[in-house]
Design a protein around this ligand. Structure first.
Ligand SMILES: C[S@@+](CC[C@H](N)C(=O)[O-])C[C@H]1O[C@@H](n2cnc3c(N)ncnc32)[C@H](O)[C@@H]1O
Length: 279
């Protein structure tokens, strides 16, 4: 496989289509990661009255809780490239009476916000989605006020994230190798390269900690659905396969997970890094 021929516009379009496709499922599957979201928000230590950007927000799961933390004097904007995610978020915010939560469709590498507009930027499981993460971080820095903070989460190294690696292994066994390699979701899984990237983008006071994300699944189908509800690009590609191949993939997941099954289902313990940095 090679990175030659990688087309970042096509990649973004596929991710956007994929996350639009899975928007409802993504929101419903969020309970699995509720503790991780709480840990990221605790790290951000948002204060009443602050202005916050939830970047690559999906349906705005972090944004909803952030709205409660900054209170009526504060303001939260949820921003994502996939409009259907924001539509789900808008509907959920209306149901929950969060009238002050704003939504803005945007590419993280080119943000439509004024300089120094925010006190804090949250970026949950999003940095590895961007073809040019350094451009996104430059934009984050631009929209943060001096002294403002960025708090983000990324997956750890591949071997420490069974929530994703089992599914990827099955895909690699059943489907033909892609002609062009996509950026790996694990590429910031080691603290060293992540810290370097943040420092090169001009951030200081960088801190990176480990978080263990524990997930329980009753059976392999629940695991497979959770994966498809989380990975937009993969869901988009798999959604276009003919039903026979999709069924073959699901069977392969069943075989893969049978080896790790316990009495009451299947458990994954995945490593997430939570990083904070200051402009
Ligand atoms: C794994 S989801 C994370 C959602 C949410 N932050 C969370 O913590 O659950 C990744 C999100 O990144 C969005 N995304 C992908 N590429 C993007 C881009 N270039 N700019 C903005 N958002 C993007 C996707 O649409 C998707 O909603």
């Amino acid at each position: 496989m090679s990175t030659q021929g990688f087309d970042h516009r096509r990649f973004k379009a596929q991710e956007r289509a994929g996350f639009n496709r899975i928007a409802e499922h993504y929101d419903k599957g969020a309970d699995l990661r509720a503790d991780l979201q709480r840990a990221l928000l605790d790290e951000a230590a948002l204060q009443p009255g602050e202005h916050v950007l939830d970047l690559a927000s999906g349906p705005g799961l972090l944004a909803r809780d952030a709205t409660l933390r900054v209170g009526e004097r504060g303001q939260v904007v949820a921003s994502d490239i996939a409009e259907a995610m924001l539509q789900v978020g808008l509907r959920r915010a209306a149901e929950d009476g969060l009238a002050g939560l704003l939504f803005a469709a945007a590419d993280a590498e080119q943000l439509p916000f004024a300089e120094a507009r925010f006190d804090a930027v949250l970026l949950g499981l999003g940095l590895f989605m961007f073809p040019h993460p350094e451009r996104a971080l430059a934009e984050v820095r631009r929209v943060l006020r001096p002294g403002g903070r960025l708090v983000l989460s990324v997956w750890g190294p591949r071997e420490s994230v069974p929530l994703i690696s089992h599914a990827q292994d099955c895909i690699a066994r059943v489907l033909p190798q892609p002609r062009v390699q996509r950026p790996s979701v694990f590429r910031f899984g080691d603290a060293g390269p992540l810290e370097l990237l943040l420092r090169q983008a001009g951030f200081g006071e960088v801190g990176i900690g480990d978080y263990r994300l524990h997930c329980h699944f009753h059976d392999h189908e629940a695991y497979w659905q959770a994966f498809l509800s989380l990975a937009g690009g993969a869901a988009e590609a798999i959604g276009r396969l003919d039903p026979e191949l999709r069924a073959k993939l699901a069977d392969e997941v069943g075989r893969e997970l049978a080896a790790c099954r316990s009495a009451n289902g299947f458990h994954t313990d995945s490593l997430v890094l939570i990083a904070s940095a200051r402009r």
